[in-house]
Structures are given as C-alpha cells and as structure tokens.
Design a protein around this ligand. Structure first.
Ligand code: NAD
Ligand code: ZN
Ligand code: ZN
Length: 336
C-alpha cells in the first residue's frame, strides 16, 4: 500500500509502498478513502511536544474509509461499513476515566498517527471499539476533518459552556477554528473570530462569525473588551501570544478554553487577574466517541459546513509547508 512515512523528525516525509497491515482480533482493516491534515500531524513530524512519537511512523488521525476485513472478536462493525479513525486509537475501557465517559483521558490510551500508525495510507488497522461510525449521507471528504477538527472544537465549546447570550472569541480560524465558529454559533453564542489573515476572517464571517479581529493589525484585547469582553475564548492558534491575548479578552467570570498545542509550551498567566476576575482556565483534548457521533449527526442534518480542499499524498511535504505558512484557508484532505 502507498503511505507517507515520517522517517526522522523534520526530514521530508517519504511516500512509498509498505506492507498492508493485518487486523488483530479486536481490529478492523480499513481502506482509507479520505484523510485530513491536522496541524497535530505537523507537530508530530517536527517532534514539537514533550511526549514524542517514535519514527518511523505513519501520521494522520482523520482517516475515513470502508471496512474490508474484521478480526475474530469484532462485533461492533461489519465489512463494508464506513468508519473514522480518530486520535483516540484505543483506551483501556476499565479505568475511572473510561467508565466515566472520559476515555480521552485514559492513561493507557494509544493515539492514531502518533503512537500507532495512522491514516496517511491506503489502508490502516484500527480498534473496532474506538472507530467512529460514519452515518450514510456524509461525504467521506467531509467526515475526515470532522473526525478531529470537528469533534475537538465541538467538545471545546461544550466544556466551555456556551449559552445563547454569550460572546465567544475563537482564536485561530483555520482547520479547527472554522468549525469552532460554527459550533459556538449553533450553541447560540455571538462569535468574534481572531486570526492573522484577512481571508480566513472573511471566511469565518460566512460561517457565522459576527465580528472579526486581525491580530496582526488590531489590539485584540481592546477590540473584544470593547464588545463587552468574551464569556468564553477558545484558542486553536499555534502561538502562546494568542493564549495571552485570549485571556486578556475575557469578561469577568469568563472561561479560557485551551485547544491549540504550540511547540512553545509556556504562557504567562497573571494570578491576580485570574483570581479577582474569577476566570476559569481549562484544557480540552479532542472528544469522545459520543461527541464524534453528535458531530456527525449535526453534519448529517446540514448544520455544519466543512471547508476543505482535496490533495494527493504525493504533495504531503508541500502541504505541510503551506499549512505552517498559513497559506491555506481550508482543511486539506488526502484522497486515494
Ligand atoms: P491550522 O494551522 O489549520 O489553524 C491554526 C490557525 O491559527 C491558522 O488559521 C493561523 O493563521 C492561526 N494563528 C496562528 N497564530 C495566530 C495568532 N497569534 N493569533 C491568531 N491566530 C493565529 O491548525 P489546526 O489544524 O486548526 O490546529 C490548531 C492547533 O490545535 C494545533 O496546535 C493542533 O496541534 C491543535 N490541536 C489540538 C487538539 C486538542 O485536542 N486539543 C486537537 C487537534 C489539534
Ligand atoms: Zn487533529
Ligand atoms: Zn482507561
């Protein structure tokens, strides 16, 4: 099968033929139809984070495709079904987090395209208990970005607690952020989109943002405070500076919802202001299988729009560079 492989951190990915994997007893073999490019794949390739993958590995945690074979113990999915392979490849199923409906916090989890091979390939194997079930009627090229960008921002809005009278600031309106804008609007929030690029801000307006702020040209905190301050700020931008600006944009009692994972791991959080203004700071990591099912259902009902462009795996190195440079206004999706 064709696959894109990270041989070493920061070295160009190699697109080559490798053996097709075989499913274990609890696994399915999936013929990948579409596979989204998440900024996390770039962090994985660069070895940006404190916990690193071990090259060689196949990136990608937005793979969507058709089940071609199932292991002996698999009952949840059948051959021919369309499934999604999310970041949470597998978890223990028995710890407090798993039984509490927070399998995304399991300490024994494996992660697709990071600790186990992912979706930048014609085939992938996956734990049948953790794949997303893609409803009929959803284009696989739409389902792919929903599998991470969608579920992650849906969950971030959910845990931030957005309600109908809230002002929600979304920092970074790229792959994740363009969906965050929509989920915040669906929750009833009035959305202010923040980015460095005017084309992304214009697009955010067409997706439901009422206000936009260009962080390169405007004083972000002053602009958002001028609107009354944000009840929630959801930060998908890949820069600690954006997290600090988001904090400064909050209204008293507001919530900073951290989603982006910049290589530079530290931000300044002022203690006095956090205490006196009753600010909540919380992290949000992807979403559960239940969240992903809800994301697919919203899309099936026509309530979300995935802005994406199709690429071939051969251009993966140029595509990584373009996303890092902020040159693409859509989620890039590889098809096979
Ligand atoms: P992306 O490159 O598509 O989007 C990032 C956006 O942020 C771009 O539009 C960029 O122009 C904008 N941006 C960069 N610096 C900014 C700044 N200072 N102010 C405002 N906007 C700025 O990336 P993506 O795929 O949406 O991923 C975003 C981040 O989220 C990555 O760090 C990724 O690893 C992380 N992520 C986290 C989770 C999670 O579960 N928490 C899940 C998926 C991705
Ligand atoms: Zn992702
Ligand atoms: Zn567990």
């Amino acid at each position: 099968m064709r696959a894109a492989i990270v041989r070493a951190f920061n070295a160009p990915l190699e697109v080559t033929d490798v053996p097709t994997p075989e499913p274990g007893p609890e696994q399915v073999l999936v013929r990948i139809e579409a596979s989204g490019l998440c900024h996390t794949d770039i962090h994985a390739w660069r070895g940006d984070w404190p916990v690193k993958p071990s090259p060689p590995f196949i990136p990608g945690h937005e793979g969507v495709g058709i089940v071609e074979a199932i292991g002996a113990s698999v009952t949840r999915v059948a051959v021919g079904q369309r499934v999604a392979l999310p970041w949470l490849a597998t978890a223990c199923g028995t710890c407090d987090h798993c039984v509490g409906g927070w399998e995304t916090l399991c300490e024994s989890q494996q992660n697709t395209g990071y600790s186990v091979d992912g979706g930048y390939a014609e085939y992938a194997v996956a734990d049948a208990r953790y794949v997303g079930l893609v409803p009929k009627g959803i284009d696989p090229v739409d389902a792919a970005p929903l599998t991470c960008a969608g579920v992650t921002t849906y969950k971030a809005v959910k845990v931030a607690g957005t309600r109908s009278s809230d002002l929600v600031a979304v920092f970074g309106v790229g792959g994740l952020g363009h969906l965050a804008v929509q989920y915040a609007a669906i929750a009833g929030g009035t959305v202010v989109a923040v980015d460095l690029f005017d084309d992304k801000l214009e697009q955010a307006k067409t997706l439901g943002a009422t206000y936009t702020v260009n962080a390169r040209e405007q004083d972000v905190a002053a602009e958002i405070q001028g609107l009354g301050g944000a009840d929630q700020a959801i930060v998908t931008a890949v820069s600690p500076r954006a997290f600090e600006q988001a904090f400064a944009s909050l209204r008293r009692g507001g919530t900073l919802s951290m989603v982006g994972l910049p290589a530079d791991n530290d931000m300044t959080l002022p203690i006095f202001e956090t205490v006196l203004q009753g600010i909540t700071v919380r992290g949000s990591i992807v979403g559960t299988r239940k969240d992903l099912a809800e994301v697919f259902e919203l899309h099936r009902l026509g309530r979300t729009r995935v802005v994406r462009e199709v690429r071939r795996l051969d251009s993966v190195n140029e595509d990584f560079a373009a996303v890092e440079a902020g040159e693409v206004t859509a989620r890039l999706v590889f098809t096979f």
